[in-house]
Write a protein that binds this ligand. Structure first.
Ligand SMILES: *Cc1c(COP(=O)(O)O)cnc(C)c1O
Length: 451
């Protein structure tokens, strides 16, 4: 009998996070926008608690997970690893396809892995209130849940187009006790500035970050929390890959290619970094493939350069793949992938040739999602469906080559709050957005010049 599901016991929950910076050549440091000198940890102190700043710059290979965080992880972790027998059969492929399913968390995605850790460290340092941005609403809902566990107030700046497209995510955040406003909002200078230039702005993650950062920086009782991109966020997500390693062993396979979708890079990093370590340290030949939207293709079409993390130019400069911090991506349904930049760690691994990337149009992504739902049953988040599109490409290529390729991917979340997007696809109304060449060119002209 074929085995479909590989599960770990609660006692097998990883007790530490894995820090890839101990094993790779670290990315260039964040620098100050005016002086171009590396910014020290103290520059981040108005925004983040010290424990997270220390994790951000740590070069220790493993960092302990606090007991209070493990207790919350136990609500849904360890998550299952599945073998996609039915999808394999439908594709008539010689490849073996595995997926780690992060949609079993209460918020429906991988994001609580870091939300819980961040809420814990803020609480431990006496923070009363957090601000954040959210795209499609997954990050906001994950943090809202985490804040409710640790008794912290939360204000969420939600990208306006998603606020209107996905009202149920807002209700979810409010159910967990957060207050939510559409961004650009009238509550901050950054938001008011955008609205003056364009009253109809659909918003973007870059704008929402500016608003949340300004709110936190101007209040003593408040800090800011980011759901992707930064080193400490990727660190917290590594529980995913650390579980997947023994689960693949249970399955008697080792991945030839590890795939994930990338917005800021956190879910993919969570799965792949422990496998990247195996390649860097033990000489494994695994390939790493990141899937991104054609409408916002930071890695495949962006430049590896220093740029701001936000639209209002308030953050330090990060060396990353960027389309320009003023770029506002088209309103694709994968709201979580509408970010102009990319995690510095993922960017460096791509620049070093350890990782490759591919971009997909959303109709192809939804075709893949449909195929997955009808074979494996799970209705994937539109973000995760980018990974599925790449998996199908790889499985078909393996069939052509007659290879027994082992594919592992991260199914980062379910799409139960994205059914309006599925409806658009089913009724033939979903449109593809061409890569916005001119808008990117314009945005790239505005990135800082760093020697
Ligand atoms: C937020 C989100 C993403 C994109 O963010 P990453 O940091 O790149 O992981 C992908 N999938 C889901 C389900 C998300 O909620």
């Amino acid at each position: 009998m074929a085995q479909y599901k590989f599960v770990l016991d609660e006692k097998d929950l990883p007790k530490r996070w894995y820090n890839v910076l101990a094993d790779m050549e670290p990315p260039p440091p964040p620098i100050h926008p005016a002086t171009h000198e590396p910014v020290g940890p103290e520059a981040l102190a108005p925004l983040f608690p010290m424990a997270l700043i220390q994790q951000e710059v740590s070069s220790d290979r493993y960092l302990p997970i606090p007991d209070e965080v493990l207790e919350v992880y136990k609500l849904w972790r360890p998550t299952p690893l599945y073998r996609a027998h039915r999808l394999e059969k439908a594709l008539d492929t010689t490849a073996r396809i595995y997926y780690k399913y992060e949609g079993v968390s209460p918020a429906g995605s991988h994001k609580p892995n870091t939300a819980v850790a961040q809420a814990y460290y803020n609480k431990a340092e006496g923070v009363k209130r957090l601000t954040t941005e959210t795209g499609a609403g997954q990050w906001g809902s994950a943090l809202a849940m985490a804040c409710s566990f640790f008794g912290i107030e939360l204000k969420v700046y939600m990208v306006k187009v998603s606020y209107h497209q996905k009202p149920y995510r807002r209700v979810l955040m409010e159910t967990w006790g957060a207050s939510v406003v559409p961004s650009p909002s009238g509550d901050t200078n950054a938001g008011r500035g955008v609205l003056e230039r364009d009253a109809e702005s659909p918003g973007s993650l870059g704008i929402a970050i500016s608003e949340a950062v300004e709110d936190a920086a101007t209040r003593d009782d408040t800090k800011y929390s980011l759901g992707s991109v930064l080193n400490h966020v990727l660190l917290h997500q590594t529980v995913v890959g650390q579980e997947a390693l023994p689960q693949m062993e249970m399955a008697g396979d080792y991945p030839d290619v590890v795939i994930g979708c990338v917005g800021g890079g956190s879910n993919y990093s969570g799965l792949c970094l422990p496998f990247v370590r195996e390649r860097l340290v033990s000489g494994k030949k695994t390939r790493f493939l990141a899937a991104e939207p054609e409408a916002c293709p930071s890695i495949t079409r962006g430049e590896y350069a220093y740029d701001f993390g936000d639209t209002a130019e308030t953050t330090p400069l990060l060396r990353m793949h960027t389309l320009g911090h003023s770029f506002v991506p088209p309103s694709i349904h994968a709201g979580g992938l509408r970010y102009h930049g990319m995690s510095p760690i993922i960017s460096k691994l791509c620049a070093d040739g350890v990782m490759e990337a591919r971009a997909y149009h959303q109709t192809k992504v939804f075709e893949a999602a449909m195929r997955f739902a009808r074979t494996e049953g799970i209705v994937a988040a539109p973000e995760s469906a980018h990974a599925i599109a790449a998996v199908i490409d790889e499985a078909l290529a393996a069939r052509e080559a007659g290879e027994r390729r082992v594919i592992l991917f991260n199914l980062s979340g379910h799409g139960h709050f994205d059914l309006a997007a599925y409806d658009q696809y089913l009724t033939g109304k979903l449109e593809d957005f061409a890569y916005p060449v001119d808008k990117v060119k314009e945005a790239m002209a505005g990135i800082p010049k760093v020697g």
